[in-house]
Design a protein around this ligand. Structure first.
Ligand SMILES: [Zn+2]
Length: 307
């Protein structure tokens, strides 16, 4: 099932910002072809305060929403993290997409869901908006799966080229939560060292050198990340689906191909089949070369649909 909302296109980050509305247009256009005719689609609802507050204090939520301009123009929370008139609603619906996706999967309406939304979430810490992110969509979805449906071992696997410092920050001491990430070492936001292993929550960080290509990437997954994930045996799996590890991406320097995103998705689906009753929710994070983003997201959703 695909969740998105037109307001995600109205989150205006200004001219020349890589995290732009054309990203969602490119992803949705890629999912228009005939092979996606069977893909169910629904509009993302707003996340509620109660749902957001599992991951963020009210002070942070108020700070973000109160910073939204009421007329044209932009408000910078940091040099990269920019709000405009519809950004608050877009952020609420991006988080709400993850909530609705968890609901649909947990209720057995669909096996898995993909959320084509922006702003992304994985850099948003409990009380800090940064790196294009305001609310941590993946962590909010994971905590919703635990609190509402009682899943006891929820895993978030983050394939974005950047480390999800925010997801790690929120889940660090959450028992029954695993966060696993492959990312380019020494890249933004400079977290995610292998020795960051968590408190009550389990953190699995697999930094990869700039220039890493398909073979070494797949080996890191096969040798390190997937065994740790299987050992954890998730009963619900969430994917932070960034596509900026693609070789064409302008913001980072890994060298993945479009096919690698299909491969990694199928590896994660295999784990979900083994221990999580096939329950998978995937949320769009980064990906800034529009053609590579569209092609990679298409591969990802094809794998989710099993086509
Ligand atoms: Zn990224």
């Amino acid at each position: 099932m695909l969740f998105t909302h037109p307001v995600c296109l109205q989150h205006d980050t200004g001219d020349y910002h890589p995290e732009c509305a054309d990203r969602i247009k490119a992803v949705l256009a890629a999912l228009e072809s005939e092979e996606f005719m069977m893909l169910l689609r629904d509009e993302a609802p707003h996340a509620t305060m109660e749902q957001l507050m599992r991951a963020h204090p009210l002070s942070h939520i108020d700070y973000v929403l109160d910073s939204v301009p009421t007329s044209d123009g932009h408000h910078h929370l940091d040099p990269d993290t920019i709000l405009s008139r519809y950004s608050g609603e877009a952020a609420l619906r991006s988080a709400g997409a993850g909530i609705a996706a968890v609901d649909a999967v947990a209720k057995g309406e669909v096996r898995n869901s993909f959320c084509a939304v922006r702003p992304p979430g994985h850099h948003a810490e409990r009380d800090n908006a940064m790196g294009f992110c305001f609310f941590n969509n993946a962590a909010i979805a994971a905590l919703h799966a635990r609190e509402v449906y009682g899943y006891k071992r929820v895993a978030i696997v983050d394939i974005d080229v950047h480390h999800g410092n925010g997801t790690q920050h929120i889940l660090w001491d959450e028992k029954g939560m695993l966060y696993a990430s492959t990312h380019q070492e020494h890249a933004y936001p400079n977290t995610g060292l292998a020795d960051e292993t968590g408190g009550e929550g389990i953190m699995v960080n697999v930094p990869l050198p700039a220039g890493t290509g398909s073979d070494d990437y797949r080996m890191a997954f096969t040798d390190i990340l997937l065994p740790r994930l299987r050992e954890f045996a998730p009963d619900f799996l969430i994917i932070s689906a960034g596509f900026d590890a693609h070789a064409a991406d302008p913001l980072a320097h890994l060298r993945l191909t479009t096919a690698d995103f299909g491969w990694v998705t199928r590896q994660l689906l295999q784990v979900a089949e083994e221990t999580a009753g096939n329950r998978v929710v995937s949320l769009l994070e980064g990906g800034y070369d529009l053609r590579a983003l569209a092609a990679s997201a298409r591969e990802h959703v094809r794998a989710l649909m099993g086509v």
